[in-house]
Design a protein around this ligand. Structure first.
Ligand code: ADP
Length: 245
């Protein structure tokens, strides 16, 4: 059995956070000129860039869907994003995360509007500190909106977990590596619809319920930050166009 590492001291986590506290979130919208939509996002020490291309002609053609757009989602960790250099290129983990992230957007993207087309979503981790898939989903959601992809709503995402027997929000790398459980979720905050949920480790039914409630509350906070970032960006565009006139 794994020896327990002290991750909580005097009711606080090692980075000073309370059990229900998010890491700092920073969002910048429309940072890449060549992409149709983009977003740079920081979640604590995670740094992620999301870029969206499309809807555009889907290649290869045999992968087209005659009735709706096909979403391609690629999650990738840069070789310099971790402590030890990560082997470049796709691996089992990144293929699985790409699939989970793509599925998290299935209920919101109105794919029927673009038969035979492709929508490509790229999530590149520049720096990773646990919770990268949640940071990636939050950034991708904003990049999709920035690209003008018709969506029913934004998707917001965060993980909860268990460390030293306590249910806590938004695990960092030290907590993820030494904790008992990690449960990332994605949801449509406005309707409280869960679009992805994974669980690594063990929690009791009661802990699961408490964790889910904590994560859902945090997704509401993230949703407001995502909306605010998009509004700031589009107000800036509007103001600069007015000044040009
Ligand atoms: P998430 O980042 O979504 O929490 P994991 O739980 O699989 O996904 O990973 C936790 C953390 O472990 C990552 O954020 C990253 O810091 C680290 N990590 C994952 N895969 C690797 C790898 N191949 N090499 C080095 N560090 C890794």
């Amino acid at each position: 059995m794994k020896e327990e590492i002290e991750l909580i001291k005097e009711g606080k986590r090692l980075d000073g956070r309370g059990f229900d506290e998010l890491r700092r979130i920073k969002i910048e919208v429309g940072v890449l000129k060549r992409a149709d939509g983009s977003c740079y996002l920081e979640l604590g020490d995670n740094k992620v860039m999301a870029a969206v291309y499309g809807p555009r002609e889907m290649h290869p053609r045999h992968a087209q869907d005659a009735k709706m757009a096909v979403i391609k989602f690629r999650y990738n960790m840069a070789p310099f994003s971790t402590d030890d250099r990560k082997r470049p290129g796709p691996d089992r983990r990144s293929v699985e995360i790409s699939k989970v992230c793509r599925e998290a957007f299935d209920p919101v993207i109105i794919r029927e509007l673009y038969p035979k087309m492709g929508i490509e979503v790229y999530v590149e981790l520049l720096q990773s500190d646990a919770g990268t898939r949640t940071a990636g989903i939050n950034a991708a959601s904003i990049a999709l909106a920035d690209a003008g992809i018709p969506m029913k709503d934004l998707v917001s995402s965060i993980a909860v977990g268990k460390i030293n027997g306590e249910v806590v929000l938004d695990l960092n790398a030290a907590e993820d590596n030494n904790g008992e459980a990690d449960m990332p979720i994605a949801m449509i905050a406005r309707t409280n619809t869960i679009t992805a949920l994974q669980m690594d480790g063990r929690m009791t039914q009661e802990e699961f319920g408490r964790g889910l409630k904590l994560a859902m509350g945090a997704c509401h906070q993230i949703y407001e930050l995502q909306r605010a970032a998009l509004i700031t960006r589009y107000n800036q565009n509007y103001e600069s166009k007015r000044e040009e006139k």
